[in-house]
Write a protein that binds this ligand. Structure first.
Ligand code: FAD
Length: 505
C-alpha cells in the first residue's frame, strides 16, 4: 500500500457513542505513537455533533437518569464528567442556577451534551496536532456498498459518495415503530423528539394530550409539555401503567449472596444445563426473601392494576430512605448484568425481554427524586392521569378515541408516541441505512433484536462483511444488555477502538 495512503475510518452517528469512539481513536493513536496516516469521517444527520438524541433534546427540564458519577465519556474514568463540571464550574453555574455538582447528582442532559461537545472539540484539536485528518459531515448516510477491495462506499441523502476502509455504526436510538397508521396525521407525533416539534405542534396550552407509554420516554414528553406552560390534561396511555421507580439520593451498597456470578456459574455446573430466566428469578427472590423479614407476596409485587399515586408516594419515601430493596440489588449488580446476559441463549434473552423486562426496567432504570416529586405533584393536581389498561386507539376525524380494556373510552386532541424504540431492523422506520445493509447481507439480525457482532471485537458478523464494519450502542440491543447506559457503551468503545487500531497499525 502507498505509504501516503490515509486509512479512513467512518463513524456513522455523532451522538455520545460515536463521539467516544472518535475520542478513543485519537487518544490511542497519539499515545501509541502510530504512524499510519489516518483520516476520520464523522457523519451526523442533525445540525449538532456530540449530544445525539439522548443529550440533545434541548430542554433543561430533561435530567440525566443516571447519576453524574457514571457519566464519564472516557473508559475507566466514570467520574470524568463530574471533574469536568468542577473545572468549568464558574461558567456552568451562570447558565444552570441551582446545579448540584457531585457524583450523586442528576444534572440536565443538555449540560451533559455540552460536555460531549467540549470533549469532541478537545480531541479534534489534538488530532490536528498529530496530523490525523478529521472531517465532520452533516448529512445522513442512507446506503453502503462493499467494494471488491473491501472498502466501503457510503452514500448520503445528498447523493454524495464517501470511501472508507472501516465503518462504525453508531446510529443510536431508533424511533418507535408502532402506530404507523397515524403517521400522516398532524395531531399525532411519531416520537417525543425533537421537543421543538412537540411544542410547535401542540400550541394550544389547554389541549388534552395522550402520551403512549409510561416509561422514561413518556416522562420526557410530559416534562417537555409542563415545563413549557402546558395546562391541559395529560394522560399516559399504557398497557401496564407501570412508572419507573424513584432512585435513592445515594446508591445503597448491597451485599449479594445469591444473585452473583459465582452462584450462577455454580447453578449451570450443578444442573448441567445452560442458564434460564427462571434460574435468575429464583435467585432474585431468594436474595429478597433473605433480606426481608416478611416473605413478599410476589403476585402483588407486580404493581399492575394498582393506583399510581400511592405507589409513587411509597417509592418517594423509599428513595428518601434508600430502602428500595429491588433497586439496591439491581444497582449493585450493574457490572455483572452483561456477563450474566451473555450466559443466556437467544431464546432465553427473548423470554426475558417479553416477560421480565417491564418489571426489571422500572427498578433498574428509575427516575431522579426531582422527577418523582414532579410526577406526584401533577398526579395530585389532576393534570396527569395514568391508564394501565390501554386497548386501542382511533381517530374519529376530530380527536383521538382511547379505548380501555374495560370498554370505557377517553378522548385526546393530540397523541405523542412514546411506545419505545423499534427492536428489529425491519421495524426501524428511521434507519434506512440499516435496512439497506440488511438487504445486502452486510449485517445480520439477532433473534432478540438488533444485529449480530463479535462481542470480543465489536465487528459486525454477517455473510458479506470483510471484518471492517463495527457497531456500538442501540443497534446491539438484543445481543448486548445495558446499551441504554452511557458507561456501558463507553466501555464497549474501548474494545472496539483497541481492535480497530490494531488492524490499521
Ligand atoms: C432520551 C434519552 C435519554 C437518555 N438518558 C440517559 C442517561 O441519562 N444516562 C445514560 O447512561 N443513558 C441515557 N440514555 C441512553 C443512551 O442511549 C446512551 O447513553 C447512548 O450512549 C447514547 O448515545 P448514542 O450515540 O448511542 O445514541 P444517540 O444519542 O441516539 O445518537 C445517535 C446519533 O446518530 C445519528 N445518526 C443515526 N443514523 C445516522 C445516519 N445514518 N447518518 C448520520 N447520522 C446518523 C443520530 O442523528 C444521532 O444524533 C438515554 C437515551 C435516550 C433516548
Amino acid at each position: 500500500m502507498n505509504q501516503n495512503y490515509r486509512q479512513t475510518i467512518a463513524i456513522i452517528g455523532a451522538g455520545a457513542s460515536g463521539t467516544t469512539c472518535l475520542i478513543q481513536l485519537v487518544l490511542k493513536y497519539v499515545v501509541n505513537c502510530c504512524t499510519t496516516p489516518l483520516r476520520l469521517l464523522l457523519f451526523e444527520r442533525k445540525p449538532e455533533f456530540g449530544p445525539g438524541l439522548a443529550y440533545g433534546t434541548g430542554q433543561e427540564g430533561h435530567l440525566l437518569n443516571t447519576k453524574a458519577g457514571l457519566m464519564g465519556i472516557v473508559p475507566g474514568e466514570r467520574l470524568h464528567f463530574v471533574d469536568w463540571m468542577h473545572t468549568n464550574k464558574a461558567a456552568i453555574e451562570k447558565e444552570y442556577l441551582d446545579l448540584e455538582i457531585s457524583p450523586d447528582s442528576y444534572p440536565p442532559r443538555m449540560l451533559f451534551g455540552s460536555y460531549v461537545k467540549a470533549m469532541l472539540q478537545e480531541y479534534t484539536d489534538l488530532a490536528a496536532e498529530h496530523d490525523i485528518e478529521i472531517e465532520k459531515v452533516q448529512d445522513e448516510i442512507i446506503d453502503a456498498q462493499l467494494l471488491d477491495d473491501d472498502r466501503f462506499e457510503l452514500k448520503s441523502t445528498q447523493g454524495e459518495i464517501f470511501l472508507c476502509d472501516y465503518a462504525i455504526l453508531a446510529t443510536g436510538n431508533p424511533a418507535p415503530s408502532a402506530f404507523q397508521e397515524f403517521k400522516d396525521l398532524p395531531q399525532f407525533l411519531m416520537s417525543p423528539w425533537p421537543s421543538k416539534k412537540v411544542l410547535e405542534t401542540i400550541r394550544d396550552k389547554e389541549a388534552s394530550v395522550a402520551i403512549i407509554g409510561s416509561s422514561l420516554t413518556a416522562i420526557d414528553a410530559l416534562i417537555t409539555l409542563v415545563s413549557n406552560e402546558h395546562k391541559g390534561k395529560i394522560r399516559f396511555f399504557s398497557k401496564t401503567g407501570l412508572l419507573p421507580r424513584v432512585q435513592a439520593a445515594q446508591e445503597v451498597p448491597f451485599d449479594r449472596k445469591y444473585l452473583t456470578l459465582p452462584t450462577i456459574r455454580k447453578c449451570i455446573r450443578e444442573k448441567r444445563r445452560a442458564l434460564r430466566v427462571t434460574d435468575l428469578i429464583r435467585l432474585f427472590k431468594k436474595e429478597v426473601e433473605e433480606h426481608q423479614p416478611l416473605k413478599p407476596e410476589w403476585s402483588i409485587e407486580k404493581r399492575t392494576a394498582k393506583d399510581t399515586l400511592p405507589l409513587l408516594e411509597e417509592d418517594l419515601q423509599q428513595a428518601y430512605e434508600g430502602s428500595n430493596l429491588y433497586q439496591n440489588i439491581l444497582y449493585d449488580m450493574r457490572d455483572d448484568i452483561y456477563p450474566i446476559w451473555q450466559l443466556l441463549s437467544a431464546d432465553q434473552k427473548l423470554l426475558f425481554l417479553s416477560w421480565v423486562k417491564p418489571f426489571y426496567d422500572i427498578n433498574r432504570h428509575s427516575i431522579p427524586i426531582k422527577n418523582g416529586e414532579k410526577l406526584a405533584a401533577l398526579l395530585k393536581q389532576g393534570q396527569l392521569s395514568i391508564t394501565g389498561s390501554s386497548k386501542d386507539l382511533e381517530w374519529d376525524g376530530k380527536r383521538f378515541v382511547l379505548q380501555m380494556q374495560d370498554g370505557s373510552t377517553e378522548y385526546a386532541d393530540f397523541v405523542i408516541n412514546a411506545s419505545g424504540p423499534a427492536v428489529t431492523v425491519d421495524e426501524m422506520v428511521d434507519q434506512p441505512l440499516l435496512k439497506q445493509l440488511l438487504g445486502k447481507d452486510l449485517i445480520r439480525s439477532y433473534e432478540a433484536g438488533g444485529i449480530v457482532v463479535d462481542l470480543r471485537t465489536m465487528q459486525v458478523v454477517a455473510d458479506q462483511t470483510a471484518g471492517n464494519l463495527y457497531a456500538i450502542g442501540q443497534p446491539l440491543a438484543g445481543i448486548q444488555h445495558e446499551v441504554n447506559s452511557l458507561w456501558f457503551n463507553v466501555e464497549q468503545a474501548d474494545l472496539l477502538t483497541n481492535h480497530l487500531l490494531e488492524k490499521i497499525s
